[in-house]
Design a binder for this molecule. Structure first.
Ligand code: NAD
Ligand code: UDP
Length: 318
């Protein structure tokens, strides 16, 4: 079993679940957004190995591999926009390298695609048949178009080269082991509130997202890998919230009266997101089990602990 991007947020949660279920895991990561801290407690566990490697370079692995999860790619807009060409190459060259490895090893391979393939959607409730509305020449294009190209490569290897391919279209996911400075909205709001800083809402905060707790996503990814689904499958939680609602929820949970600061809306920021998960229900018998309130409680508790341990490390260094 190989998990590319296994030191990142989703990847490290997946590696832990796979190890707990008795699988041996080779975690491959270049640590561009992932952290060794995410996998520190896995190192030394029987069956776990880590390889620092950038997937845009070909990857040689000795021995058999039965399954490959490709989670390698920065997912936060400020992070993937930092080196857009590298992001695009990760999605295209990196995906090709992993597909070649899957072909050579006879492994099944799962791609972490994204709701971003729908761009700024013209339909509420995005189903897999919707072909999307993506700007090819804008700050999000390196990621959105890279992920679309990744799906095409997966489709080709599946249809014409006999590789067993699976495609997960992941909607906004949050939870423990997000990087505190990741830049995505849930980690930003929770970390800002815990640090006593104003919450930064972009635009008027009326744009919506549907937030899935990471444990639910990991369960969906494992079910998809085990399934016979040939076509892309949406994985997400259909509960839909405005960013203003999310900010107020976080403040309410912390009993905080911190102010909300309104900042400019980034270019091409999608106005709406909500997954139609009927295909996942039908093919994987999957649906999320943790709602935003429960998930936020767990996430806030994890970040409180993480910030405390960061402060302790900081005071030991200084
Ligand atoms: P993340 O940034 O926390 O993790 C990505 C991991 O991939 C990091 O450990 C990073 O170091 C590694 N990586 C990046 N480029 C690499 C490269 N070229 N070679 C090797 N390793 C590389 O992001 P995440 O939220 O854990 O997302 C994981 C995957 O799921 C990504 O492919 C992302 O596109 C997809 N996804 C995530 C979400 C979400 O909301 N979390 C939504 C849609 C899609
Ligand atoms: N957002 C926000 N404040 C922040 C970070 C993000 O209001 O501090 C908004 C952002 O403009 C977007 C939504 O929250 O409308 C989700 O952003 P995120 O970066 O988490 O994911 P994505 O835009 O890729 O869905």
């Amino acid at each position: 079993m190989l998990v590319a991007g296994g030191a990142g947020f989703v990847g490290s949660n997946l590696c832990r679940r796979l190890l707990d279920s008795g699988r041996a895991v080779l975690c491959v990561d270049n640590l561009v957004t992932g952290e060794m801290e995410n996998i520190a407690e896995l190192i030394g566990r029987p069956g776990f190995r880590f390889l620092r490697h950038d997937i845009i370079k070909p990857l040689r692995v000795d021995g058999p591999i039965d399954e490959i999860y490709n989670l390698a790619c920065p997912a936060s807009p400020p992070r993937y926009q930092k080196d857009p060409i590298h992001t695009f190459r990760t999605c295209v060259d990196g995906t090709l390298n992993l597909l070649a490895l899957a072909e050579a090893k006879g492994a099944r391979i799962l791609q972490s695609s994204t709701s971003e393939v729908y761009g700024d959607p013209e339909i509420n409730l995005q189903h897999e048949g919707y072909r999307g509305n993506v700007n090819t020449c804008g700050p999000r294009a390196c990621y959105d178009e890279g992920k679309r190209a990744g799906e095409t490569l997966f489709w080709e290897y599946g249809a014409h080269r006999g590789v067993e391919t699976r495609i997960a279209r992941i909607f906004n996911t949050y939870g423990p082991r997000m990087h505190p400075d990741d830049g995505r909205v849930v980690s930003n709001f929770v970390v800002q509130a815990l640090r006593g800083q104003p919450l930064t809402v972009y635009g008027a905060g009326l744009q919506t997202r549907s937030f899935c707790y990471v444990d639910d996503l990991v369960e969906g990814l494992m079910r998809l890998m085990a399934s016979s689904a040939k076509m892309p499958v949406n994985l997400g939680n259909p509960g839909e919230f405005t960013m203003l609602e999310l900010a107020k929820k976080v403040l309410f949970k912390l009993g905080s009266d911190l102010p909300i600061t309104f900042m400019p809306l980034p270019q091409d920021d999608p106005r709406q997101r909500r997954p139609d998960i009927s295909r996942a229900a039908e093919l994987l018998a999957w649906k999320p089990t943790i709602d935003l309130d429960q998930g936020l409680d767990k996430t806030i508790a994890w970040f409180a602990q993480r910030l405390k341990s960061d402060r302790m490390k900081g005071s030991m260094v200084s």
